[in-house]
Design a protein around this ligand. Structure first.
Ligand code: IMP
Ligand code: MG
Length: 176
């Protein structure tokens, strides 16, 4: 069963708030937005439309793996960005920060390429579940535990198309 926890209106105003902060921190400089696939495709597309700086948009994909049901400690980059980011202001756009392992791996890798700055913009932050020290510079909403879907975020690759954000609850299958 899906229970709505964040509406389109709430997402929209969070996106505008984050975009304003990003613009303020970067002055008139160019920004390279790095969309972490797949979960942040929708968030990225809304966010970049609210930022008026010169921008470039690129995509990266990471997948975490580990042994069986143990915590997924390893993060593999399965698709790298194509832009050269040396000297650029980078903003990594992520759907959810959970353990933090994915973002740490991606941020550390991008930092090695000599960008002027690397900041993190996350729609959702499950702060209580962190395994490594990493913070979002721009965070839309903070969540307690719970598995969420919608607005790009999936459960077994489904539900990404839902325009709002839902928490998955035990019980009957939802039709949505
Ligand atoms: P981390 O490396 O543990 O921080 O992994 C974060 C990634 O796990 C996110 O980008 C999501 O793809 C996935 N994830 C974490 N929590 C959820 C959730 O509640 N719903 C769907 N995916 C999630
Ligand atoms: Mg993800």
């Amino acid at each position: 069963m899906l229970r709505k926890i964040i509406t389109s209106e709430e997402i929209g105003s969070a996106v505008k708030r984050l975009a304003t902060m990003i613009e303020k921190d970067h002055g008139g400089e160019r920004i390279v937005f790095v969309c972490l696939l797949k979960g942040s495709f929708m968030f990225t597309s809304d966010l970049v439309r609210c930022v008026h700086n010169r921008t470039r948009v690129d995509f990266i994909r990471a997948s975490s793996y580990g042994s069986g049901t143990q915590s997924k400690g390893m993060v593999e980059i399965t698709k790298d960005i194509e832009e050269v980011i040396e000297g650029e202001n980078v903003v990594i756009v992520e759907d959810i920060i959970d353990s933090g392992l994915t973002l740490k791996r991606v941020r550390d890798m991008l930092r090695e390429r000599g960008p002027k700055s690397v900041r993190i913009c996350a729609l959702l932050d499950k702060r209580g579940r962190r395994q490594v020290e990493i913070e979002g510079d721009y965070v839309g909403f903070t969540l307690d535990d719970g598995f969420v879907v919608g607005y790009g975020i999936d459960y077994a690759e489904e539900y990404r198309n839902l325009p709002e954000i839902y928490v998955v609850e035990e019980g009957e299958e939802s039709d949505s």
